[in-house]
Design a protein. Structure first.
Lengths: 448, 400
């Protein structure tokens, strides 16, 4: 029989008990606090791989995860070493990072800022991750980068192409290897001029978030500078799967070029819709109607199938590149998984090695030492030629590829051909460029 | 004490103990053991438990008592978050003004939506609220981008005015949310042998707010007002005939639950100053319905349990990947290991929805009263005499 009489004395007693229990931990704080957040104390170090496993960018996420696993394998001395052999910095020797074996945790960003931050939080708070990397959407990358800045861990951005990631929303603890919308536009504009002339009318369909906005702005600015006219810009929701209603008005607008500022599943669907509507067989203003997809990847090309043939866009990296770094990476990725890596896989793999290298050179996991080691770091042998991690905005500057959908692919992976390699100098911009204004790196935050 | 009957007071004390000792209860496994994967005692997740608990408690005041099924409650959660973040941007990083504003704005917003939606009952009411929520989502997602920053989500930046605080700290970083100087993310670790427990300011603030919310909900459940709401659920026509106008009561319940949702949204923003439009999406509205039904609609503690369960699955099961599974079944022979992993991997990681779906189906089929009914059945198994004493008010009834 339960009979609990609540007495004043009883309440006071239990209250005091709970109070003492809650106050107790303060005694232990001094001893357990590290010099910085998640300082690795054992013989392992944990990295957090936060990628979209569901949503419109799930394909990219899956490929990113493969690349991360490969990078961890190489860092721990497994496999054939991949790019460790071609990387210009030679401090990584396959014994983990600073002698600590690399372990990792994974999470699903769901391509939603909220979910991505929750996932990153749990990696930092529960799993003790010292570095977070990943993301296949600039919205998510910006959100997670902000979180990492607050928590005091390093964020190595994966696939994020918005100008804002290293512009208006740049953070001292965040680094981006991938190129950005401005670079795409700077590389594409001359090629477009050669192919399609300088008196075109462009109609933009744009994914409605930070990446779409900045890419549209960059492409419009670059094409208008060479004489094109921007007829209209229509924003489409990221979750949209059917773009028919957006394609129909294009024909009536008098435009003769359609620019699809879409990525991943969005682009596959919008391009397919556009081709189904017969846009590519149309003649407008006495010229062939053309479609441009400024940011391209092989995964998207595969999704779009036949429709991709002859479409021009830019990409960060392609597996058919013949430099030593690319060949080594394609070889070890292909051996492990049986197919060539995507540009998302490449940038994520490189980011992981760059982080490991920076820690090793700094001889410390402290985020502030890592930031100092990465800022202004020049390297080569990672597939894009000589590359600089600029200190002012933590953006990598390297060659950009302009690609075209192959007319006669020889295999299901051989879908893109490189039209031009735009040298880094042509896509470099001053750190205070108006499209990147309004941000501030702040200072590095080591947390705790 | 507190104007509560002994039974309710015991429940409140149990909930208080559970929330205050959560860092211990949710971290039962040593940090280095393989089972540490299932530990949920880290601040971010514990905060989510109690915040979504508040959300579900509020939803239960409407759904559990009046039987009006709102499919648009996420809109109020989102509005609360946006209000709070705007307070952080404009006023200061203190959480109190942010919470106050989020409750007020969410209350006003729910009054507006409730006023229109409550002209209809049943499925029409549900559809109306769903329509309003989706409209709010679309507004936040694209139309109101200057206020909400669209898909990217509203964030605090270094150049926000923060007229009562500071735009940036001395070392050039964004100030963090605090309550009178006590930072939300401040935490202390207690290490006992192989165990490690984390106590964070943010969690305890959320827990205290939830206790107050829970207490208020008990008072509402036991008040004449609560009785009136139950009358609406059991037979609204009869109420009309006796000369009572149910509309003010339902509207009040709707606004109260909207304010609870706003409070939850505000707290989410206080713990992590970011507000995204996806918080208002219909899936988020559906989630709170699931929480309430999973835990037990119309019961006091049910929604909190349901919220905890769903958030646990979302955050713990989604983190188990193939490699983790392989490490668990390492001892088995290879073909068996691969087979087992192949089956299980569909239920963890990105497939956590599947696991949750199966559990939800089982609960609704075999325990229509939710987890609370499960608890009661187990309790009765061990203590038959006590079962006879269960009074009417505590017995669970499935949602109508």
């Amino acid at each position: 029989m339960s009979k609990n009489n609540l007495t004043r004395r009883g309440v006071l007693k239990s209250g005091a008990g709970i109070g003492a229990g809650v106050a107790l931990p303060t005694i232990f704080t001094a001893s357990s606090a590290g010099a910085f957040t998640n300082e690795p104390t054992g013989n392992t170090v944990t990295l957090g791989f936060n990628v979209p496993q569901s949503g419109p960018y799930a394909d990219e996420g899956a490929d990113e995860l493969r690349a991360y696993e490969l990078a961890v394998e190489h860092l721990n001395g497994g496999g054939d070493g991949g790019m460790l052999n071609t990387f210009s910095s030679k401090v990584l020797d396959g014994t983990g990072i600073l002698g600590k074996k690399v372990e990792y945790v994974t999470g699903d960003t769901q391509t939603k800022s909220d979910a991505a931050r929750a996932s990153a939080q749990s990696m930092i708070q529960k799993d003790g991750a010292i570095m977070i990397t990943g993301g296949s959407s600039s919205g998510v990358a910006v959100a997670v980068q902000g979180l990492c800045q607050e928590a005091g861990v390093i964020f190595m951005a994966g696939l994020t192409h918005s100008n804002d990631t290293t512009g208006k929303d740049k953070k001292a603890n965040g680094f981006r290897h991938f190129f950005n919308a401005y670079m795409s536009a700077a590389a594409l504009a001359p090629v477009l001029k050669n192919l399609y002339g300088d008196d075109r009318k462009a109609y933009h369909l744009t994914a409605d978030y930070t990446w779409g906005w900045t890419q549209q702005e960059s492409i419009a600015a670059a094409t208008e500078a060479m004489g094109w006219e921007t007829v209209n810009n229509v924003l489409t929701p990221l979750a949209q799967t059917d773009f028919s209603s957006y394609i129909a008005p294009v024909l009536d607008s008098g435009a003769d070029v359609l620019v699809l500022n879409h990525y991943g599943g969005n682009m596959v669907n919008s391009l397919t819709n556009a081709v189904q509507f017969g846009l590519r067989n149309k003649q407008v203003n006495g010229k062939n109607f053309e479609i441009v997809v400024p940011l391209f990847s092989r995964l998207m090309a595969r999704g779009a199938g036949e429709n991709i043939k002859g479409i021009v866009g830019s990409t960060n990296w392609h597996w058919s590149l013949q430099d030593e770094g690319s060949k080594a990476f394609v070889k070890s990725f292909g051996t492990k998984y049986g197919f060539p890596p995507s540009q998302a896989a490449h940038t994520c793999y490189v980011q992981t090695l760059l982080y490991a290298d920076a820690v090793t050179r700094a001889k410390s996991f402290n985020p502030c030492d890592v930031v100092a080691a990465l800022e202004g770091f020049e390297f080569d042998g990672m597939g894009n030629g000589p590359t600089l991690y600029r200190a002012e905005d933590h953006q990598c500057f390297k060659d950009v590829l302009v690609v075209k959908g192959k007319e006669n692919p020889t295999s299901e992976f051989d879908l893109l051909e490189v039209v031009e390699v735009t040298p880094a100098a042509q896509v470099t911009y001053p750190a205070d460029h108006p499209m990147f204004a309004g941000g501030n790196l702040g200072t590095c935050n080591p947390g705790a | 004490m507190f104007g509560l009957e002994k039974k309710d007071l015991n429940l409140l004390i149990i909930v208080a103990l559970l929330t205050m000792l959560a860092p211990f209860i949710l971290n039962p496994f040593p940090t280095d053991s393989a089972l540490a994967q299932f530990n949920a005692g880290y601040p971010d997740l514990m905060q989510r438990f109690v915040i979504y608990g508040i959300f579900a408690i509020g939803f239960n005041i409407l759904f559990g008592l009046t039987g009006y099924l709102s499919f648009g409650h996420a809109a109020f959660l989102g509005v609360g978050s946006y209000s709070a973040v705007w307070m952080f941007k404009l006023l200061s990083m203190n959480v109190l003004p942010a919470l106050v504003l989020s409750v007020i704005i969410a209350g006003a917003f729910s009054w507006l939506i409730g006023f229109i939606s409550l002209r209809r009952t049943g499925i029409y009411f549900s559809i109306l609220t769903l329509a309003f929520a989706q409209m709010s989502f679309a507004l936040a997602y694209s139309v109101l981008t200057p206020i909400t920053n669209g898909e990217t989500g509203l964030q605090i930046t270094l150049d926000d005015p923060r007229i009562l605080g500071m735009s940036a700290t001395a070392d050039g970083s964004i100030p963090v949310t605090n309550i009178f100087g006590l930072e939300m993310r401040a935490a202390t670790d207690l290490v006992i042998g192989p165990w490690s427990f984390t106590f964070s300011v943010g969690y305890y603030l959320c827990a205290l707010v939830m206790l107050v919310a829970f207490y208020l909900s008990i008072r509402i459940f036991r008040s004449p007002f609560g009785m009136m709401l139950r009358a609406i659920k059991s037979n609204q026509t009869r109420m009309n005939y006796t000369g009572l106008n149910p509309k003010p009561y339902t509207l009040a319940a709707f606004v109260i639950s909207g304010m609870y949702a706003g409070l939850a949204g505000g707290l989410l923003a206080c713990m992590d100053p970011l507000a995204g439009a996806e918080r208002m999406q219909w899936t988020a509205s559906g989630e709170v319905v699931l929480m309430t039904i999973l835990g037990g609609a119309g019961t006091l503690i049910g929604p909190v349990l349901g919220a905890g369960m769903i958030k646990y699955f979302e955050n713990i099961f989604s983190k188990i990947n193939e490699a983790t599974l392989h490490s668990w079944f390492d001892v088995l022979p290879d073909p068996m290991e691969n087979g087992l992993v192949w089956v299980l991997e569909h239920f963890v990681g990105a497939g956590w929805h599947l696991t949750l779906g199966v559990i939800f189906m089982l609960v609704v089929t075999f325990l229509p009263g939710g987890l609370v009914e499960g608890g009661q059945r187990i309790g009765r198994l061990f203590n038959r005499t006590k079962a006879a004493k269960d009074d009417e008010s505590a017995a669970t009834k499935p949602a109508e």
